[in-house]
Design a protein around this ligand. Structure first.
Ligand code: G3H
Length: 250
């Protein structure tokens, strides 16, 4: 039985006061929710949000990290710095990092290794562009991203990895993959985990869906066999939309 995992990615939104207030409201409204929950504020609000979330059932996540623990990496944030702020989960390979900032599978793989070595959990994002979908390359794209992103990761380490399937064309566009379409790709991902690590690991793998998840489509998505949670962007910025998503009931 896989525990549903609902994560909010706040992207580059909110100052410290706004983020702290939102975290406080979520802490109050989500107390007692049985799912695994996480929010990832911008780096500048991690300390504020982390302090608010103390003693809550919501994990503190980060949206990215450097592939190194310290040194001459201007503008980067080390996993040690994240841990120092109470971060326990890091999102890696988000499509905005891949497509807007040119992150390669090899770089993402370096980050996955380092995050796991440092005891952080990883949400590894994969997903195809519209062009790739229209060219019938969805399976090839997500399998390549997984094979390369997880290269050298052991089955034991995999227990600390969540996969987020985020079709790029559905992110922030209001277009959601249908539950059937999403479940089909999630099954491809699970089957590929089985190929790489065996059926037991595939059965345990939590696979989130991300891309315009809203209160009115969450139930349909989460009702599918292979969809175990959500990585939520826009709708995670307000309690009115994130709370009903996080409280979903199959
Ligand atoms: O990380 C979250 C995803 O990019 C989804 O964003 P969205 O819910 O705004 O489409």
């Amino acid at each position: 039985m896989r525990t549903p995992f609902i994560a909010g990615n706040w992207k580059m939104h909110m100052n410290r006061a706004e983020a702290g207030a939102l975290a406080q409201a979520m802490k109050n409204e989500l107390a007692g929710v049985p799912h695994k929950l996480m929010v990832a504020p911008p780096f500048t609000a991690l300390e504020t949000v982390g302090a608010v979330l103390q003693g809550s059932n919501i994990l503190l996540g980060a949206q990215n990290m450097a592939p190194a623990t310290s040194g001459a990496h201007t503008g980067e944030i080390s996993p040690l710095m994240l841990k120092d702020l109470g971060v326990s989960v890091v999102i890696l390979g988000h499509s905005e990092r891949r497509h807007s900032y040119g992150e390669s599978d090899a770089l993402i793989n370096q980050k996955v290794h380092l995050a796991l070595q440092e005891g952080l959990e990883v949400i590894l994002c994969v997903g195809e562009t519209l062009e790739e979908r229209e060219a019938n390359r969805v399976d090839e794209v997500v399998e390549t991203q997984m094979r390369e992103g997880l290269k050298g990761i052991t089955a034991d380490q995999l227990d600390k990895v969540t996969i987020a399937y985020e079709p790029v064309w559905a992110i922030g566009t209001g277009k959601t993959a249908t539950p059937d379409d999403a479940d089909a790709v999630h099954k491809t991902i699970r089957d590929f985990v089985a190929t790489l690590y065996g059926a037991d690991e595939a059965g345990k793998m939590v696979i989130q869906y991300g891309g315009s998840v809203k209160p009115d489509n969450v139930k349909g998505l989460m009702g599918r066999d292979n969809i175990d949670g959500a990585l939520v962007g826009g709708a995670s910025l307000k309690t009115e939309t994130f709370v009903p998503i996080a409280q979903f009931d199959r």
